[in-house]
Write a protein of this length. Structure first.
Ligand code: ADP
Length: 684
């Protein structure tokens, strides 16, 4: 049983001068129907052999064969079984051949009658992809090659070959087939294929199809060919659209920029079957970019982890300058890459890149969002033979780059939103902590006041001395509460940015004098440690809000007095720190600060011994206020100390007023406002 050699091949072996022709599936259907109709319309009882590739194709025609069987008892139908098609002798013979038989790739119809003789013997060609059930049935552009003729020699030979095949599968039909051969194939003594029809076969038999019929078939074939071309270009367009949709879908679903970039290169590289596809993040002014996302075809060298030079790179500069895609079909002939046209260094770099990465054709597409450069997408063709980038492919890469831009912005906005959410949550936590701490700080003196006042009210016989103590305690705690509320409001105002800064040129000496007198007015001068003002008289004016500057100085001096014994020493110094700022230092010889608390002393409500055990008073908000004020004029504040009982130094910087002409003018103004400020400070 010959399963490997097709009927077409066997037929051509017998007729070596015949050349097979190409037929589309739709043409074969039309021709087969015409042949079948001829049988149905005639008065012959012909031998009919029909071979279908699959059972399902036979099913579509089964009704015709039932009718044909009414005309002749020599009807044979072959097909590869799929459901219930079997070897059977019913109104006609059915022959179920094995699906591996070459018949499964063929399409035959042979009609041998007294008045009409014709054969259609074809095999399928150019099956580009394995057929699925659906594609087999739907694809009208499938191509076959073979012979369609009225030539009796060829037709009889075709019938002969097919009857042999039938015998292979159904040997029990030998007597019937013998009868068919006697009745129909005995007319085989024609000398050549081109000879005239034998008179025994009747006048209406032609050796070749009528020229009109031939032309009609050619016309049909041409139409079919055009259709095929249109179908091909449509299906390419459809594939590209699908690729774009699938990339867009995948990258828009992700909010992770790394994933977006990887999915984009992977899908694009696979979809276009390009050698290498890379994408990297970059901005216009970047000098280099690292390649982190890449797709490479089989056997193509990876460039992942490599650094691309962007500065003085004429290709990058051109894409960025024009905000347009750059296509280079042949890198060895492109003027931008030849030595003469670019500067020596850049030329060397690009030529080296082309060589080491085997780039024969290059496509660079900017990833933009509202004209901002977010990155670059590159496609490399790496075979020795360069290619011409097709406009459709370039348009597709452009479209994908646009989608990547949108996806990146979307992901970044989400990340920003997450950051913002975290900041808000942190702020909310701080706010809650603040409310709790403030509540506690206020409740403590309030309880003391309440206890004192209740005792005074309920104990009329309390000794006068104790009454005085109770009253003093209540008064001092009321004062502490007042200070706390005052400081708290000041800090809130500063933190919320609701403070209006009245920046003016100020004399440092003047402000220090004001703050000193403020400190002395609050505390009994005799219990104060010695204060040495070592500020030189000739200092440049500073640029600050006088009211707040005095506030900072007074708070630092207050603290120095609070935490230094009476016999200690406080010193005020001001020095120019070499730039456009002055550095003010308030140092004391007091109890000092542990190194690990040098920063935390600036936190709200930080007090080393806790507010309850505190002897020196205070709210724990002073240094937090100072930091807000100093930051407000763009300065810095920090603490230094050698440790416990080693004294402390508080430093802050303040900008120097630098315009001489303004300096003079504002100095006059300072003098005028001096009295005003003095009044404001003493009223605090
Ligand atoms: P307070 O009203 O408690 O003084 P501050 O914010 O001004 O609040 O200071 C916070 C804490 O920093 C003080 O309670 C104290 O523990 C520490 N501190 C501030 N200044 C000095 C200083 N000159 N010497 C030692 N410790 C200091």
């Amino acid at each position: 049983m010959s399963k490997s050699k097709s009927v077409v091949s066997q037929l051509l072996e017998s007729f070596p001068d015949w050349r097979p022709q190409m037929y589309f599936k739709s043409s074969l259907t039309a021709l087969s129907h015409a042949m079948e109709d001829r049988v149905l319309a005639g008065s012959d009882a012909p031998l009919v052999i029909a071979s279908f590739q699959r059972e399902r194709f036979y099913r579509q025609e089964a009704h015709r064969y039932k009718r044909i069987a009414g005309k002749s008892d020599q009807v044979y139908v072959l097909a590869a079984p799929e459901a219930d098609f079997t070897n059977n002798s019913d109104i006609y013979e059915t022959i179920a051949f094995e699906p591996t038989d070459s018949l499964a790739q063929e399409w035959h119809l042979v009609v041998i009658g007294k008045n009409y003789i014709s054969c259609l013997v074809c095999e399928e060609k150019s099956a580009t992809a394995p057929h699925t059930k659906a594609s087999l049935a739907m694809d009208t552009s499938r191509r076959f090659e073979g012979i369609w003729t009225f030539d009796p020699h060829v037709s009889l030979k075709a019938a002969d070959i097919l009857l042999d095949k039938i015998l292979d599968y159904r040997p029990e039909l030998a007597p019937k087939i013998k009868k068919a051969r006697q009745e129909y194939l005995s007319l085989t003594d024609f000398p050549t294929a081109s000879s005239e029809a034998s008179p025994q076969l009747g006048d209406s038999i032609h050796n070749n199809p009528d020229p009109f019929v031939q032309r009609l078939v050619s016309y049909l074939q041409a139409g079919q060919y055009k259709l095929l071309k249109a179908h091909k270009s449509l299906s390419i367009k459809q594939q590209k659209e699908q690729l774009l949709n699938s990339v867009t879908d995948s990258i828009r679903r992700s909010l992770d920029t790394e994933e977006i970039l990887q999915v984009a290169v992977q899908k694009l590289g696979e979809g276009l079957g390009v050698c290498r596809c890379i994408v990297y993040r970059c901005h216009e002014k970047d000098s280099t970019a690292v390649i982190n996302h890449e797709f490479t075809g089989p056997g193509i060298k990876s460039v992942k982890g490599k650094t691309w030079q962007l500065k003085h790179n004429p290709l990058f500069e051109e894409v960025v300058g024009l905000r347009e895609t750059l296509t280079i079909d042949n890198t060895s002939q492109d003027s931008r890459l030849t030595k003469q046209s670019v500067n020596k260094e850049a030329g060397k770099y690009l030529q080296n890149l082309v060589k080491t990465c085997s780039i024969s054709s290059w496509l660079l597409v900017p990833v933009l969002y509202q004209d901002h450069l977010l990155g670059m997408m590159e496609l490399h063709h790496c075979e020795p033979q360069p290619i011409v980038w097709k406009p459709d492919d370039v348009a597709l890469v452009d479209a994908i780059a646009t989608q990547v831009g949108v996806a990146l912005i979307q992901a970044e906005s989400y990340a920003n939103l997450e950051d913002l959410n975290e900041q808000l949550a942190a702020l909310d936590r701080t706010r809650s902590n603040l409310v709790a701490i403030t509540g506690h700080e206020l409740r403590t003196p309030l309880s003391t006041i309440q206890v004192c006042l209740e005792s005074l009210a309920t104990e009329p016989d309390m000794p006068e001395e104790l009454r005085q103590v109770m009253l003093n305690t209540a008064l001092s705690d009321a004062e502490r509460m007042r200070n706390l509320v005052q400081d708290f409001l000041t800090l809130s105002r500063l933190e919320s940015g609701r403070v209006e800064w009245n920046l003016e040129p100020l004399s440092m000496n003047e402000c220090i004098d004001l703050s000193l007198s403020h400190v002395r007015s609050r505390v009994n001068s005799q219990s104060l440690p010695a204060i040495a003002n070592l500020v030189p008289p000739e200092l440049p004016l500073v640029q600050a809000d006088g009211e707040w500057l005095v506030e900072v100085l007074a708070k630092l001096l207050d603290n120095a007095c609070k935490f230094t014994q009476e016999n200690g020493q406080i010193t005020i110094k001001v020095a120019s720190n070499g730039s456009s700022q002055l550095e003010v230092t308030v140092s004391d010889t007091g109890r000092g600060i542990e190194p690990n608390s040098l920063e935390t002393v600036f936190d709200r409500f930080y007090q080393e011994e806790g507010s309850l055990r505190r002897s020196a008073g205070g709210t724990g908000l002073g240094l937090a206020i100072c930091r807000q004020i100093v930051n407000g004029w763009g300065g810095k504040i920090w603490a230094e100390s050698e440790g416990k009982n080693q004294g402390s130094q508080f430093h802050f910087t303040i900008p120097v007023f630098d315009d001489i002409s303004q300096n003079l003018e504002k100095t006059k103004k300072t003098k005028k406002t001096k009295t005003k400020r003095n009044n404001r400070i003493s009223s605090k």
